[in-house]
Design a binder for this molecule. Structure first.
Ligand code: CP
Length: 308
């Protein structure tokens, strides 16, 4: 059974806990399309989202997940909040904590920000992405999608491609997928990947064609222009020529390989449009699964913390 107050990352999440979340998500999926099946699991518990960085998928899916399970959902609206008057992260959290809140869901540009918040507030904190550290709910929805299509993880070849060094998605997926028995390869330009990532139990390479060969899953990552101080490649055209995935390159993967991307996609940079919209792509299905996985996480944390 899920234990703990917060969900900060997958680094320390055990195999059984990950599988419990994925199995719980399976039961949640039917509530997305059928409002009659939505319920009061969260019994009007309050959920506040605090997004210090932009988001479409994560914030909206958490807000809907909370509403579908009978929670009261409020977005802080960081851009128009007193954060802009200089209020600190901890003071902001302490104030929100006093408002009868059960969950705080936060995205922040600083690595470790979710852990800082969690130490200082009573509410359950869910990390919706902290700097270049972790994005656990994205990795869980990615794993759920793989589980749904492939039926398991043992021995699957999962290739994660692109801007690895800035990617909290790559780190969380590496932690989780390796723990579940997948063979993970991180591939990208040498300026955007570090050999030290081998410590996560993954292969690291700049040979994109070799990485894709016989892959079961080809997961692209967004080039995070906003986190790059110096351009790590001459221009996006050169990036897409050398490291982007087109339909010819995808033929090196297994015929039924899943094409995945956390979004938002830079069309024509990480993947060509015919790959994004092609028969192997499950990118839009990942988004739907994100709602189910976030519902599962809210339910399990709610049940694990009856006294908060
Ligand atoms: N994948 C992801 O985190 O998307 P958003 O930035 O839109 O939340």
């Amino acid at each position: 059974m899920y234990k703990g107050k917060d969900l900060l990352g997958l680094r320390d999440l055990g195999r059984e806990t990950i599988m419990e979340i994925l199995d719980e998500a399976r039961g949640m999926k039917k509530k997305i399309d059928n409002p009659a099946l939505r319920d009061q699991t969260l019994n009007k518990a309050s959920i506040v989202t605090l997004f210090y960085e932009n988001s479409t998928r994560t914030k909206t899916s958490f807000m809907l997940a909370g509403a579908y399970l009978g929670g009261i959902v409020q977005d802080l609206g960081v851009a128009t909040s007193s954060v802009n008057k200089g209020e600190s992260l901890i003071d902001t959290g302490l104030n929100i904590d006093k408002m009868g809140v059960k969950f705080m869901i936060m995205r922040h540009q600083m690595t470790g920000a979710a852990a800082v918040l969690a130490k200082n507030v009573r509410a359950c904190v869910i990390n919706a992405g902290d700097g270049t550290n972790e994005h656990p709910t994205q990795a869980l929805l990615d794993m759920y999608t793989i589980y749904d299509y492939m039926g398991g993880f043992e021995g699957l070849k999962v290739v994660i491609l692109g801007d690895i060094s800035h990617s909290r998605v790559a780190r969380s997926n590496a932690f989780g997928l390796v723990r579940l028995g997948a063979k993970v390869t991180l591939a990208g330009p040498s300026t955007l990947i570090s050999g030290s990532m081998k410590a996560l139990g993954v292969e690291v390479t700049s040979d994109i064609k070799g990485a894709i060969a016989d892959a079961d899953v080809v997961m692209g990552l967004r080039v995070q222009f906003e986190r790059q101080k110096n351009m790590p490649f001459p221009n996006t055209r050169e990036y897409s020529t050398l490291y982007g995935i087109n339909s010819d390159l995808l033929k090196y993967a297994k015929p039924n390989a899943l094409v995945m991307h956390p979004g938002p996609v830079n069309r024509g940079v990480e993947f060509t449009s015919n790959v994004i919209d092609g028969k192997n792509s499950v990118i839009n299905i990942q988004v739907k699964n994100g709602v189910a996985v976030r519902m599962a996480i809210l339910k399990l944390l709610y049940e694990a913390n009856p006294d908060l």
